[in-house]
Design a protein around this ligand. Structure first.
Ligand SMILES: [Zn+2]
Length: 413
């Protein structure tokens, strides 16, 4: 079988849906064309070879995963330079539908991940333990491109803005002396380590006020209070208050329009708030959490890796390369992503240098005049594939690839 199939340069890819509780119930089922009669949350659609969601290649064989296929033909599938540098597929492509906000998180650098992993292994903490921080030795930078209007938290505000907030929110006034004397990092640590009952008493009036103001239409999504109030919507009583709400006031609240992107480098705290996006990251699961979650929070470890430097969010628009294509370059060797926007009579021509994963989120494209890829469909493309894309109306395709410059001497035959 392999003899005939190993020369395949494009094949259909069936990803894996993750039903995390924060996911929406409509967007992904409609995109993928699957029924969701039980209104189950469809949070993420994974297109990659991660062990927790290894995509299937049904045209190659029943039950064959992308990971299997890469392991069987690593150089033919990845390209020789990608195989040499990474040993496997370096990225994981996802589509997300965020209905409820995600946890506040930070990702470590590759060196920190390797050291953290080795340390936890040495201390005998099982990989699946609740208090395990490092699941692998890799970094996990991420880029996301908004499909809908998208809201997220990204990096800390300027210290002067934080001071203004501590001064203007009555419940935070008590924090001002510590902030002025020891700085923001000390204050953040203090809040992260505060006794839960003290925190509930202090923050309850604030939460109640934000809920009332949102109900009265006095808040919008650009204000922290809107998101704090949203956390408690549909709850009849407020029992405990997640300390993560303090961070909502200290982070930049960023709004992206469809087609805009943002990159999350190591150390930048972030949290997705609402909307749909395409996300591309290194093939890793290393997340340190800082609130708005029931998962493990390791405050000392978080403080070691979080960047307290103020961040001015950089909204990416991509670089126009070929007609209708915008490439979003990322400051990592692991991945890059392009958006291809088709229209009536659209024609695009290129060739794949490395493994690529494509997904169509709108309309349809015809590949090499013979194969149609429709909305919700994904394919994997192998190096050496020369192709044309045509569309007859509005259509959007995302193309994830490895931005490697292929040395002709290493190119495969
Ligand atoms: Zn993240």
């Amino acid at each position: 079988m392999d003899q005939d199939l190993r020369d395949i340069r494009l094949t259909g890819l069936k990803g894996k849906v993750q039903h995390y509780g924060w996911g929406g119930v409509d967007y992904l089922p409609a995109l993928l064309g699957v029924a969701n009669p039980g209104r189950e949350p469809f949070a993420e659609y994974w297109m990659g070879s991660h062990p927790l969601g290894n995509a299937l290649l049904p045209e190659i064989g029943e039950g064959i995963t992308l990971g299997d296929w890469i392991a069987r033909h690593p150089e033919r599938t990845l390209s020789q330079p990608v195989f040499r540098q990474f040993g496997g597929l370096p990225f994981l492509l996802k589509i997300l539908d965020v209905r409820e906000m995600l946890s506040i998180q930070v990702h470590p650098t590759r060196d920190a991940a390797a050291a953290g992993y080795a340390d936890e292994e040495a201390r005998g903490i099982p990989l699946n333990a609740h208090n395990r921080n490092y699941k692998d030795t890799n970094h996990k930078p991420e880029i996301m491109l908004a499909i809908s209007e998208f809201w997220l938290l990204h990096g800390f505000k300027e210290l002067s803005q934080i001071e203004l907030i501590l001064d203007s929110v009555p419940e935070f006034n008590v924090f001002l002396p510590l902030f002025r004397k020891e700085g923001f990092k000390s204050l953040y640590q203090f809040v992260m380590e505060m006794d839960q009952s003290d925190l509930d008493v202090l923050f309850l009036p604030l939460v109640k006020r934000e809920i009332r103001m949102k109900r009265e239409g006095l808040l919008d999504r650009s204000q922290p209070g809107w998101w704090v109030a949203k956390l408690f919507e549909g709850k009849t009583e407020i029992k405990t208050i997640d300390r993560g709400i303090f961070s909502i006031y200290c982070f930049n609240i960023v709004q992206l329009q469809p087609g805009e992107g943002i990159f999350q480098a190591a150390g930048i705290p972030h949290a997705y708030l609402e909307g749909q996006n395409v996300e591309l990251m290194s093939n890793s699961d290393n997340v340190l959490r800082g609130g708005l979650t029931n998962k493990h929070i390791d405050v000392p470890e978080l403080l070691k890796h979080i960047s307290f430097e103020a961040v001015k969010p950089v909204i990416l628009k991509g670089e126009a390369v070929l007609d209708g294509e915008r490439v979003f370059h990322c400051p990592v060797p692991d991945f890059s992503i392009a958006q291809i926007q088709g229209s009536a009579g659209y024609h695009y021509q290129s060739s794949a240098q490395t493994i690529e994963i494509w997904v169509v989120t709108e309309g349809a494209f015809v590949v090499n005049q013979e194969r149609v890829i429709r909305q919700g469909e994904a394919v994997v493309v192998f190096p050496g594939f020369t192709y044309s894309l045509n569309s007859s109306g509005p259509a959007v395709l995302y193309r994830a690839f490895v931005p490697i410059t292929v040395n002709p001497q290493h190119e495969e035959n």
